[in-house]
Design a protein around this ligand. Structure first.
Ligand code: HEC
Length: 467
């Protein structure tokens, strides 16, 4: 009964938010036509508040659906679709954000600064895209008159962060004991893990912010300090969370730094600059410089963050016994590649940056390769029937056409081991997950696979996987 009262109350509130939002939308259009700027600006502010309310109310709506489905057979399905929806949003916002960021870095680097540039300009650029020709100009400072319609780039960043944090909750906080925590790394309670997770994002930002404020004079000192700080976290996370959880936290931390840079430094600075320019004052150059430092580090964080976001498909990285070294090496290598691209756009040739970065990444690929076959450890030939028995006992509760597992009602990732052909066809993946990274059976070895069984799979593969 109480559920239905909550649902009804929510519906009333939702309608009470939606109706004025439409009204405001029409009023803005009306006053824009009239040319009443003051009214338009005031309405824009209230429109933003109403949009925020819609987001909050929608989240409340999701919570209410959960209330209805909790404990039913659809609870798992609910989380799957929630995961899907939020992940979809997250990558869409992320693409918009990083795309815009790459685009502006490209503009900055590729600007024509010498030929036919008016005095007040820093440079200009011609481009052709989508069947149209574009001509852009960058001002040295602000233009004499700030145009009415000035485009800002900030919501991409905020929504990427918000959706990312929701995803962290849905995937890692709700399943903390099976995905985030690995008792062999550190045996902690779910609440402890979540506390560590949230506070690390805050402390990570505060430390980074201090480095930017106090150590940014000397480029080398600054780069070393930022590198040391983020690598400390790469190491730290691997000491407290499962490999996969540690990697995603490293990415979440970098993403948090990037979004917080936009929220706390870049956008407020830009607002002050626009305000000064509107009053006919000279903008404070410090605002521009601070924003530059933040965009500069954001730029180098992009490729490492993108790696982390796809890393959970690659257990040879996070499942490695020295996972934090792998993480740091991949971060360095990918930031190096970004550095090379930055130099190239500025038409500065660098001979060593790219080869060293690529070599570093190749070294990681080598380092994470499975150990060489050890025939001498295998006393007897392992037959396929023995392998099939192991798989039937330990894997098919989830990986089957008809899983018997309580949570996994559909074969995870579509991987099924019902027939010999299915097992045989996926033998390299079986080897990867049970012997190399040892993160199957899922959920902290839920079906209790023994080391002996892992050794048998290892031997079978090394004996050429006879069928
Ligand atoms: C409790 C359920 C469960 C059991 C038992 C289980 N798995 Fe999984 N498996 C999962 C889930 C969930 C995923 C997807 C998440 C992931 O990739 O880590 C998965 C993914 C995989 C993948 C990756 C497939 C791909 O294409 O990315 C492989 C390979 C795999 N499991 C093999 C095994 C083997 C071999 C066993 C038995 C030794 C096993 N699993 C037992 C739940 C299970």
């Amino acid at each position: 009964m109480i559920k239905f009262i909550i649902l009804f109350a929510w519906l009333v509130i939702f309608i009470a938010i939606i109706v004025p939002t439409y009204k405001i939308h029409h009023l803005i259009k009306f006053y824009k036509n009239e040319g009443n700027d003051a009214k338009v600006e005031a309405l824009n502010t209230s429109q933003n508040w109403f949009y925020t309310l819609i987001v909050i109310a929608s989240l409340g709506g999701v919570g209410i659906v959960y209330l209805f489905l909790k404990g039913t057979i659809w609870e798992g399905h609910f989380f799957e679709w929630l995961n899907l929806a939020v992940r979809w949003m997250h990558i869409t916002f992320g693409i918009a954000w990083i795309g815009a960021s790459f685009y502006f870095v490209f503009l900055e680097n590729a600007l024509n600064r010498t030929k036919d540039v008016r005095d007040e300009l820093a440079g200009n650029l011609w481009a052709v895209h989508g069947g149209g020709f574009y001509y852009l100009e960058k001002y040295k400072l602000a233009p004499k008159k700030i145009p009415k319609d000035l485009h800002w780039f900030k919501y991409e960043a905020y929504f990427t962060w918000l959706s990312g944090f929701c995803l962290l909750m849905i995937v890692y906080y709700f399943n903390a004991s099976s995905i985030l925590i690995d008792p062999e790394v550190l045996d902690i309670k779910a609440s402890t893990a979540i506390t560590i997770s949230v506070s690390s994002l805050i402390i990570g930002w505060v430390g980074y912010d201090q480095i930017c404020k106090h150590l940014s004079r000397d480029k080398i000192v600054f780069t070393l300090a930022i590198t040391a700080w983020v690598f400390f976290w790469a190491w730290f996370y691997c000491q407290v969370f499962s490999g996969r959880g540690a990697y995603i936290h490293f990415g979440s931390l970098l993403g948090t730094l990037m979004a917080a840079n936009v929220f706390f430094v870049i956008i407020p600075g830009q607002k002050r600059m626009v305000k000064a320019a509107r009053q006919g004052l000279q903008p404070n150059p410090k605002d521009g410089k601070d924003a530059f430092i933040r965009s500069y580090t954001n730029n180098y964080f992009t490729l490492p963050v993108l790696f982390v976001m796809i890393s959970n498909h690659f257990p040879s990285t996070f499942g490695n016994s020295s996972q934090w070294i792998v993480l740091i090496a991949i971060t360095l290598g990918s930031a190096g590649i970004k550095h090379y691209l930055n130099l190239r756009e500025k038409e500065q040739l660098s001979i060593w940056v790219m080869p060293i970065s690529v070599l570093l990444l190749l070294a990681v690929a080598l380092m994470t390769a499975p150990a060489k076959p050890k025939y001498e450890d295998c006393k007897e030939m392992v037959s396929f029937v023995e392998i099939q028995t192991i798989i039937n006992n330990r894997c098919t509760s989830c990986h089957s056409e008809n899983p018997t597992d309580l949570i996994w009602k559909v074969a995870p990732n579509g991987v099924k081991y019902d027939t010999p052909d299915q097992i045989y066809g996926l033998r390299d993946k079986i080897f990867q997950r049970t012997v190399v990274s040892k993160n199957m059976p899922f959920n902290n070895n839920q079906t209790g696979m023994t080391q002996e069984e892992r050794d048998m799979i290892n031997c079978w593969i090394n004996q050429g996987a006879p069928k």
